[in-house]
Design a protein around this ligand. Sequence first.
Ligand code: ACO
Ligand code: AKG
Length: 405
Amino acid sequence: MSESEQYSRNELMDFIEYRPLDIEICDVTLRDGEQTPGVVFTKEQKLAMASELDSMGVEVIEAGFPVVSANEKETVKEIANQGFNSRICCLSRAVKGDVDAALECDVDIVSIFIAMSDMHLKYKYHRSLEEMLGCAKETIEYATDHGLKVRFAAEDASRTPIDRLKKAFKEVENEYKVQYLSLADTIGILNPTTTHYLVSEIFKEVNTSICIHCHDDLGMATANTLAAAEAGAKQLHTTVNAIGERAGNASLEEVMVALRVQYGIDRYDTTKLTSLSRMVSEYSGITPPVNKAVVGQNAFTHESGIHVAAILEEPRTYELFLPEMVGGKRNLVVGKHTGTKALKGIINSIGFCLEREELCALIDKVKVCTEEKHKSISRDQLERLITQVRQESKTTEKGEEKFSI
Ligand SMILES: CC(=O)SCCNC(=O)CCNC(=O)[C@H](O)C(C)(C)COP(=O)(O)OP(=O)(O)OC[C@H]1O[C@@H](n2cnc3c(N)ncnc32)[C@H](O)[C@@H]1OP(=O)(O)O
Ligand SMILES: O=C(O)CCC(=O)C(=O)O
C-alpha cells in the first residue's frame, strides 16, 4: 500500500516555513516512564520493551538510572549488552559515583544532568550556579576520560534564563567533547511557540546536537516536541503511552505517527505501536484513556451513521491514517447514532441480509435499546435483534411483540 493510501498528508505543511527535520528518537519509557508513581518494571519486562523499541528503529533507548538500585544497574547492563542497533543511554547526576555506575553498565551514552534555574538551585541543591556547573564539568570530564559519550542535560531548562543556558552550553561545548546538549521542559511549562523560540535561540548558539525532553502538564508535550524538531532539535524524547512523571512525557506513538504524516519520516516501523502500547500498559498497570491518540481503544472505533456509511466506502473519509499503519484494528459499533446505510453494511459484513422494512425496524429497535441501556449494542445483542425483526416481519398479523436484549 502506498503512503498516500495509508494516511492523509497535511498539505498545509507546504505553506509553512520550517527547518527540514534531522531527527532521531530517544525513548525514555524505561527511565522517565518508570518514574511514574507506582510503576516498577522487572528486568524481563524492560528487556522485552527495549527489544521492541530496537526492532522499530528507535535510535536511542534510555534504559534507566543505574544508581537507583542494584537491580536497576544489572538491568541497564543487560540491555546494553544485547547487541541492539539502538544505542543505550542511562541517566547520571553530576556525581562521579553515578558515572562509575554507568561505566559498569557498558552503556553507549551517559546523560549527565543538572538544573540551572534559580528555583532548583535555591530549593533543591542549596548551591550556587557556579558550584553546580563546576560539578557538571568535572563529571563530564570524568565520563569522557573514561570513554563514555556524554549528553549534558539542562533539567528545568524552560525556567532557566536563556542567556545562562547559552553560556553554560557554550562553555561545556568548548571545553569538552559532548555528543548532545539537552533541554528539558521538566515541569511542562512550554507551549509550541516558546519551545520553538528556546530551541532556535540555542541552535543559533551551539554546534552540538540538541535534545528536547517535554512533559505533558499542559497537554502540549507532543506539539512542543515537534515544534522543537522544526526549530532544529535533533533528539526527541518520548515514552510509550506518554507515561512518566506527573502528566507524563511526549508520547512515542504520537510523535512517531506525526513524524510520518506531517513530515514524511517513514523509517520507523509504526506497525508495532499498538502491540507495544498494550505491552507497556500491561507492565505498567496503566491503561491509556479510550480516546488516547493512536493507541486508545477508540482510536479507530466509529458509531455515527454518517461516518460509518462513508468509512464503508473509503476509511480515509474519517480516519487520518489506517489502523493497519499502527497495528490497530477498525471497530464499527452499532448504537444510538447508527444510520441505515451503516447498519446495512455492518450486518452484511457479519453475514446477514435484511429487506428494507426489516432494516428500518431494526434501526428503531437499536435506538430504543441503546437509549434505554445508555450504551451501544454488542454483536450478540445485534444478532438477537435481527432474529426478532425477522420473526416479527413473518408474523406481522399477530401484532407487535415485545423485544428484549
Ligand atoms: C527530572 C528528573 O527526572 S531527575 C531524575 C529523577 N529520578 C530519580 O530521582 C530516580 C529515583 N531516585 C532515587 O532512587 C534516589 O533519589 C537516588 C538513588 C537517585 C539518590 O538517593 P539518595 O542518595 O538517597 O539522595 P536523595 O534522593 O535523598 O537526594 C538527592 C541528592 O542528589 C542531589 N542531586 C540531585 N540532582 C543532582 C544532580 N543533577 N547533580 C548532582 N547532585 C544532584 C541532591 O541535591 C541531593 O543531594 P544531598 O543528599 O546532598 O541533599
Ligand atoms: O533532559 C533530559 O535528558 C532528562 C531530564 C528530565 O528527565 C526532566 O527534566 O524531566
